[in-house]
Design a protein around this ligand. Structure first.
Ligand SMILES: C[S@@+](CC[C@H](N)C(=O)[O-])C[C@H]1O[C@@H](n2cnc3c(N)ncnc32)[C@H](O)[C@@H]1O
Length: 282
């Protein structure tokens, strides 16, 4: 079992005590405890259905429900609402249409009619940016070090690979359950055309009432990525065309580094760092 992700700050299992895994009973493929624990990359305490009613009062519960794995909030804490956190590229309408080249992320990544670079997403999270980029035709190598989030995302990608409309996009996304710095796969060979994407967790400044409740689950369990500057410093030593750093509008530039350009749009800002040599040769 690869525990390399536990080397880094936000994946230190401070959240482990708050979460319980409920093993499915009906679906044979999904109830092998060893397979599930291996996929989770970390042994998460399990709970049986007898004590579930009590456990779920004050724990987050990872449970297979309505055809996918979902993370349910504690039932006695209104702060997280009643909606579970899950990822569904097949049913969720927001993933039905490919991203257009006019969208800020596409512009930030430098996509053009004939330009679909390889993208390395160092902070995959719920996979929305990776999906958007893959929907335009980019191949995306995505790294997610938080075991729970990696588990939800790999489950979602597995289901999307089986969907007739989502198969092609899902097949362009290659997910790794680690910090790229800890275990770089030899098969990924970045070059001067590669786009690196980072979207580290930043402290939420919005009033909590404005943050969607399932996203509060995400913030509660993942926390803040305190080592984002170091990840950026590491990435900038790698071959690249550009780095795209996604930030809330109020956040300072990552590591205080002045971007080559920024693209702002509503609740996000994309800071772009373009490598001069590659930029001039385009
Ligand atoms: C704000 S979320 C990213 C959201 C993502 N852009 C999306 O579209 O859903 C940040 C994620 O990056 C992950 N992360 C942060 N630093 C990481 C690192 N060094 N290696 C791998 N994952 C990392 C966190 O665990 C978290 O899930």
């Amino acid at each position: 079992m690869d525990l390399s992700h536990s080397l880094t700050a936000s994946a230190a299992p401070s959240w482990l005590d708050k979460v319980r895994l409920v093993l499915p009973t009906a679906d044979e493929d999904r109830c092998d405890v060893n397979l599930i624990q291996d996929a989770l990359l970390l042994p998460i305490p399990t709970t049986g259905s007898e004590e579930l009613a009590e456990i779920q009062l004050d724990h987050f519960v990872l449970r297979y429900s309505e055809g996918c794995w979902q993370l349910f909030p504690p039932t006695d804490n209104d702060a997280f609402g009643r909606h579970a956190l899950g990822i569904d590229f097949v049913q969720n309408a927001r993933f039905n249409q490919p991203m257009t080249l006019r969208e800020p992320l596409a512009k930030a990544a430098g996509l053009r009619a004939n330009r679909r670079p390889m993208v390395i997403d160092l902070t995959a999270g719920l996979g929305r940016d990776a999906w958007a980029l893959a929907s335009t035709g980019c191949t995306v190598f995505a790294f997610e070090r938080h075991p729970l989030i990696h588990f939800l995302l790999s489950d979602a990608l597995m289901r999307a690979r089986l969907g007739s409309k989502t198969h092609e996009i899902a097949s362009r996304i290659h997910l790794y359950g680690s910090d790229a710095r800890a275990a770089w796969p030899d098969t990924i060979k970045p070059d001067e055309h590669t786009v690196w994407l980072m979207d580290p967790m930043f402290p939420e400044r919005q009033k909590s009432a404005l943050v969607k409740k399932d996203m509060r689950i995400f913030h509660e369990l993942v926390g803040v990525d305190a080592d984002a500057d170091a990840l950026f410093a590491w990435a900038r030593l790698q071959p690249a065309n550009r780095y795209v750093v996604k930030r809330p509008p109020y956040a300072p530039a990552l590591a205080g580094a002045k971007p080559s350009m920024s693209i702002s749009s509503g609740r996000v800002r994309f800071d772009c760092y373009i490598k001069p040599a590659a930029y001039l040769s385009q």
